[in-house]
Design a protein around this ligand. Structure first.
Ligand code: ADP
Length: 680
């Protein structure tokens, strides 16, 4: 049944409106900036609509679709501000510290800028002066930087001292001819493209040149327009290759370390719009790539939705928590994401709903993750990871004073000068009310105090003289302390060893407990032990049993006993087997009756032969150790360089012991027998 053929007279008022609407839709499609391929699809859809009843569900689905196509910002983009000094000022203004990360971001921006704005260098080689000059003249008008050379030999000389993006060479020259020059370039300057000009347009020479690696050839005589096009074609390819080489930045670190805020600063510096989505739990490829339109309630993927919402094709697009991308694949979200991020493919990104290619190549994608271990490897390959390990207490104090508090006061209508926090108060909040690598908790607690102060400010005369919040007033605002430093309050025990683990929240200390009781020689494991930790525990026990004698342990001890290992703390470590050395030490402490010093913390993977292998997250672990009051840390010798990258303050607070074998750590951690309580 055809309701709305244009030649049919409309049957009622409603239908007349419908036709009018479709006509104006056609106008809008014609006027829209969408590419021709999209316009064709849109017009075809419109034609389909003209044949439908406006009450049909399909009609409104098609209408929504056309609306979507029309409202996409096909070619709307913001102009980049490429002033690097300004970008640096903005990054510094928004962020305390993070020098290396900021430096790397600026380098990244600088390279992008240069790559895009620097003109291509072209060398024209021809022994005929007029030809040489003509070509150079025409191409310099196009904005390229031109050099010329009258011979192949001179061209080789020039190539040694300067880099050229493209060489245009005649084939027939005295001395070194074009083919020889081409061979030379392909061997010694493989990044330089070559177009050959051949006087005798014989197919063989052209084929030969292309075989050796020329990207194009021009038979003489040629139109200038042909030359322009050939040059533009080869350089466009080059530009795309260069873009491809650019990595995608990924900020990795615990929550609250400034990842989002760095992304926002980059957007502010470039004067681009800022978008942020979370990839946490994205299991279905359709969330990225969209649902096919034929499904009821179909929608575009998150990328296209956000681009439409923000109304620009070149925003800074932050994708959070790429390490939490769903693993139970329905489709493959990681490969869909790869397609979004790959400059070679994202120029023509096809969302299933949109169904026509959309250019994502101008978007600046930035990814974030808490830990990099869980990022799918093909994605990790495309990224350059910038690590934000977290802040020391002193850095937190500084950031609170210079950034968080002034901003929070403004946001709460409290004016600076009237309200101030003493350094002691800030540190007390950091130590007793938060336990984190980042600043989220601190910001939350400070905001909570600001809210209470805002209420106070409305009581007549309450804050008229201003207020300085001192250390001992903190509990008045925030209630009793929430965190205790377990280390300082406890005694050294037998079978309880302090370990360092790496979790999503940064580094953390855990206490690994081992005990044994009468039984049948079995191993019990409880607490937050992941599968890998279980294996570490078994390996540790086997090592100790096989080396019992040299460790001073009675071998018969194992015969009629069950061993129980427990990790009481909540968070599950993300760094696999790094608790091996700690578990082994807890067992040695247990079987030798030597108490373990709580203020010594350990991390290291252990092999069956007692060798200690390097682990990840060393910087984060050291910071956690210092934060928790640990005094000494035992680390794998191979992690020495990683340890050096920890903040100076952290290193000053800790004594580090680097070991290759478990035995080297025993006397550092264990006291003499009888120095602690509770023997087995
Ligand atoms: P993330 O995205 O890593 O979870 P955010 O960027 O949301 O962390 O940071 C949490 C808060 O801490 C924000 O208010 C942010 O402005 C602030 N912040 C983080 N790092 C810094 C820093 N180096 N200097 C100033 N403020 C910071």
């Amino acid at each position: 049944m055809r309701w709305f053929r244009k030649q049919d007279p409309p049957r009622s008022e409603g239908q007349a409106e419908e036709i009018q609407e479709l006509d104006s839709l056609r106008d809008a499609i014609q006027r829209s900036a969408m590419p021709d391929a999209a316009r064709e699809v849109a017009l075809r859809e419109l034609e389909r609509m003209e044949k439908m009843h406006p009450d049909a569900a399909e009609f409104s689905i098609a209408m929504t679709y056309l609306d979507y196509l029309l409202s996409m910002p096909w070619n709307v983009m913001t102009e980049d501000n490429l002033d690097m000094a300004r970008a640096q000022a903005i990054l510094d203004e928004d962020h305390f510290g993070l020098y290396q990360v900021k430096e790397r971001i600026l380098e990244y921006l600088a390279v992008r800028t240069l790559r895009r704005s620097s003109p291509f260098n072209i060398l024209v080689v021809d022994d005929e002066q007029i030809a040489r000059q003509n070509i150079a003249y025409v191409l310099s008008k196009e904005g390229y930087k031109l050099s010329t050379s009258p011979s192949g030999v001179k061209a080789m000389d020039l190539l040694r001292s300067r880099r050229f993006d493209l060489v245009i060479t005649d084939l027939k020259m005295e001395g070194v001819d074009g083919i020889e020059l081409l061979r030379h370039i392909k061997e010694f300057h493989p990044d330089t493209s070559v177009i050959v000009i051949t006087g005798y347009a014989t197919v063989e020479t052209a084929v030969k040149a292309m075989k050796i690696g020329a990207c194009d050839y021009l038979p003489k005589p040629f139109e200038l327009e042909e030359l322009r096009r050939a040059v533009a074609r080869s350089l466009e390819k080059k530009r795309a290759e260069q873009e491809l080489k650019g990595p995608i930045l990924c900020f990795a670190g615990p929550p609250g370390t400034g990842k989002t805020s760095l992304g926002k600063s980059i957007a502010r510096a470039l004067e681009r719009k800022f978008v942020r989505i979370s990839l946490a739990g994205v299991r279905d490829e359709a969330e990225i790539r969209g649902h096919r339109r034929t499904y009821a309630g179909a929608m575009p993927g998150r990328i296209i939705q956000e681009i439409r919402r923000i109304g620009s094709i070149n925003p800074v697009f932050m994708m959070d928590e790429v390490d939490k991308l769903g693993h139970e694949f329905k489709g493959d979200p990681a490969s869909a994401l790869l397609e979004v991020l790959d400059p070679e493919q994202n120029k023509q990104f096809v969302d299933h709903y949109l169904d026509v290619p959309f250019d994502l190549s101008k978007v600046m994608f930035i990814l974030t993750a808490n830990v990099t271990d869980l990022i799918p490897p093909p994605l990790l390959d495309r990224m350059e990871v910038l690590v934000l390990p977290g802040y020391t207490d002193d850095e937190k104090l500084e950031i609170a004073r210079s950034h968080l508090i002034p901003r929070l006061l403004r946001e709460h209508g409290l004016w600076e000068g009237k309200v101030a926090f003493s350094p002691g108060a800030i540190l007390r909040i950091v130590r007793d009310y938060t336990r984190e690598a980042g600043l989220r908790g601190l910001e939350r607690e400070l905001a909570s105090i600001c809210r209470k102060l805002a209420r106070k400010a409305l009581e007549p005369g309450a804050l008229s003289d201003g207020i300085l919040i001192e250390e001992d007033q903190v509990p008045e605002f925030l209630g009793p302390r929430r965190h205790f430093r377990e280390l300082t309050d406890e005694r050294d025990r037998i079978g309880v060893v302090t370990g360092l683990v790496w979790t999503e929240g940064g580094g953390e200390i855990v206490f690994i407990e081992a005990t044994c009781m009468k039984g049948k020689n079995s191993l019990l494991l409880t607490g937050s032990l992941g599968e890998v930790m279980r294996e570490s525990a078994m390996a540790a026990l086997s090592y100790i049993r096989s080396n019992a004698r040299s460790l001073g342990i009675d071998e018969d001890l194992f015969l009629d006993r069950d061993v129980h290992i427990h990790v009481p703390a909540g968070a599950i470590p993300k760094d696999g087997p790094s608790a091996g050395i700690t578990i082994a030490m807890a067992l040695i402490s247990l079987f030798t009756g030597r108490p373990a010093r709580r203020e010594v913390a350990l991390t290291g993977e252990m092999t069956l032969t007692g060798r200690i292998l390097p682990v990840s997250g060393v910087r984060e672990k050291l910071m956690a150790a210092a934060r928790s009051g640990v005094k000494e840390v035992v680390l794998p010798a191979k992690n020495r360089l990683d340890a050096d990258s920890a903040p100076k303050k952290t290193l000053e607070a800790l004594k580090l012991h680097f070991v290759d074998y478990l035995e080297e750590a025993i006397d550092v951690v264990l006291k003499r027998k009888g120095e602690g309580d509770s023997p087995i």
